[in-house]
Design a protein around this ligand. Sequence first.
Ligand SMILES: *[C@@H]1O[C@H](CO)[C@@H](O)[C@H](O)[C@H]1NC(C)=O
Ligand SMILES: *[C@@H]1O[C@H](CO)[C@@H](O)[C@H](O)[C@H]1NC(C)=O
Length: 367
Amino acid sequence: MLYLSRPLLVACLYLLLPLGQSRTFGYNNAFHYEDISNGNGNGEIYFNGIRLHVESPQHSVSATRGSSVTLPCHYRYEPELTAPRRTRVKWSWLPANTITTNEAFPVETEVMVAMGNRHRSYGSFKGRVRLRRSAPGDMSLVINELQLNDTGRYRCEVIDGLEDDSVTVELELRGVVFPYYSQKGRYHLNFFWAQQACLDQDATLATFEQLLTAWEEGLHWCNAGWLADGTVQYPITVPRHGCGGDNLSPGLRSYGPKHRLLHQYDAFCFSASIKGTVYYLNYQEKLNFTEAAYACARDGSQIAKVGQLYAAWKLKGLDRCDAGWLADGSVRYPITNARANCGPPQPGVRSFGFPAPHMKFGVYCYQ
Ligand SMILES: *[C@@H]1O[C@H](CO)[C@@H](O)[C@H](O)[C@H]1NC(C)=O
Ligand SMILES: *[C@@H]1O[C@H](CO)[C@@H](O)[C@H](O)[C@H]1NC(C)=O
């Protein structure tokens, strides 16, 4: 017995040590450390009980597509240091459209790394990002020409010698979520077709956060659709039998992650502000689908996409009680001030579905 107890005790101590350390070394906001590798460049032991703080005054930032945005981040030492330090900064990113997996720690991808005045950016951020550096310690990230798929959680990490600290900032885009189904009818889109369908409408698959915001703003839709994370959900504001369930509270109903090739649903797309203008073409007579596309081209524009019509309705207040063709062969019209003979008593984009292409309507163009 005596023989056993000693090795056991040692084993326990051994287990405790890394645990205790990992708590200190984790992403807390006020790291205590001693530095032996960095110092003042002469290899001296320079630090003792100095804290590196990385902070952001904003934990989420909302911006518009195509604009520039600044994700705030700065660091400081406590107590303040007079000698300059060799710090590195790394901005990384967890895209909002990351597919849900069982991994507890999804992988962040690099956006930019900087050391001194040298920096490097990666992937779709190449040439679009820079550090603001408006003051010492300002490591705020400026992103230009914001794209629909730039949303997600950004991490600003400052590395000094062996140790580091970080802070995260969420980036959201202002926009609108709309349900979309295939010309073939309800539930004909697997995940990849849903992705393409949204892209074709100048939109992307909506993220969970975007659908949640749309639900808070009153979106009610009885058919389930794909989201960017590979789950299938639908937003319910007025539950009833066959639509969200009897006696259940309003909310997002989720079928969870579905097979992205085999399972077919509708899609929830997200569209954000557009550079151009959507307008109803004033034309003396009604047009079939081919004539509609020609009429826009003759007017120096293009037949509008569904995402463009939604963005114009939601973000620019487009209001028109005339049904018009859109590029996907659907017919819709946007109403911001609900009134008699223009559909239901709530604002919205009204849809006639996909009429036969020889039928005659107006047309919405995009310039
Ligand atoms: C994001 O969208 C842009 C423009 O549509 C595209 O070029 C880029 O590949 C997309 N990036 C990702 C990570 O999907
Ligand atoms: C639309 O009308 C034109 C004649 O103006 C005709 O040539 C064309 O086939 C029609 N298109 C459809 C889809 O019916």
